[in-house]
Design a protein around this ligand. Structure first.
Ligand code: CU
Length: 248
């Protein structure tokens, strides 16, 4: 089946959103082809054949009922399909992993509550958020300063990161790999460089990664990072990298 310019992505909800997009596109193609065919048929079949005015008709009730009811049914069908996919995407099922995502001008902080793990990075540092595959991962998304957008292309998913608001959602990844993420709300000078990456790993590798923060060096590093980020975020002005080139 054609992709109609979209990608299935790597999560449960990205795939259902992708299938919804395919369904909408196919419906549009069918309606488009049908409409053009009817127009062409009318143009050819009833083209001017002489100077005689054709027979004049008014009202064709069955036809009028059909072209009122059919579009309504189409809209309801598309609406119902959308509702099913949206409810799935916004459901917050039981999860075993939680990640607190905090956006700020101009970077990302990923905290793993109940563990020592902490990831932090600005602009082209592209911090790497690690998450396990085949696991419901719960996200608490916030912002320190202004509106940001949490967007991962491979998730087919975007959410506002708002100051003073916690947006929650659940993602279940089906594939491992590293994927590109970025801010999608114009949020200031370095918005265009507000990158991050998502690394989806096996459950065993995820446990190993979390455990790597549990030795004295890891704890010290995480504590130092937390202190730095807290100070920088509290000051409202995070120190900026010197922008040289894309560090992707
Ligand atoms: Cu931003």
């Amino acid at each position: 089946m054609p992709r109609f310019g979209a990608s299935p992505g790597v999560t449960d909800s990205s795939k259902s959103a992708f299938h919804l997009w395919q369904g909408f596109s196919i419906a549009a193609v069918i309606i488009g082809v049908l409409t053009v065919a009817l127009m062409l048929w009318a143009v050819v079949r009833y083209r001017r054949k002489g100077d005689q005015i054709p027979e004049q008709h008014q009202y064709h009730l069955p036809l009028e009922v059909i072209y009122t009811v059919v579009p309504i049914l189409i809209v309801f069908g598309l609406f119902a399909a959308t509702l099913v996919v949206e409810n799935k995407a916004t459901a917050n099922p039981k999860t075993s992993v939680t990640i607190d995502v905090n956006a700020f001008q101009w970077g990302w902080q990923f905290l793993y509550p109940g563990t020592n793990a902490l990831v932090y990075g600005q602009t082209t540092q592209s911090p790497v958020m690690v998450m396990p595959v085949d696991t419901n991962v719960h996200f608490n998304l916030t912002s320190t300063d202004v509106m940001h957008g949490f967007y991962v292309r491979a998730f087919n998913f975007s959410r506002y990161a708002l100051p003073g608001v916690v947006n929650t959602f659940t993602i279940r990844a089906q594939n491992t790999g590293t994927y590109f993420g970025q801010c999608t709300q114009l949020c200031g000078l370095y918005h265009s460089l507000m990158f991050f990456r998502v690394k989806i790993v096996s459950a065993a590798d995820y446990a190993k990664w979390i455990a790597s923060f549990n030795n004295p060096a890891g704890i010290a590093a995480a504590a130092a990072a937390l202190k730095t980020t807290t100070a920088e975020l509290a000051s409202g002005v995070a120190s900026k990298n010197t922008y040289t080139k894309f560090g992707r």
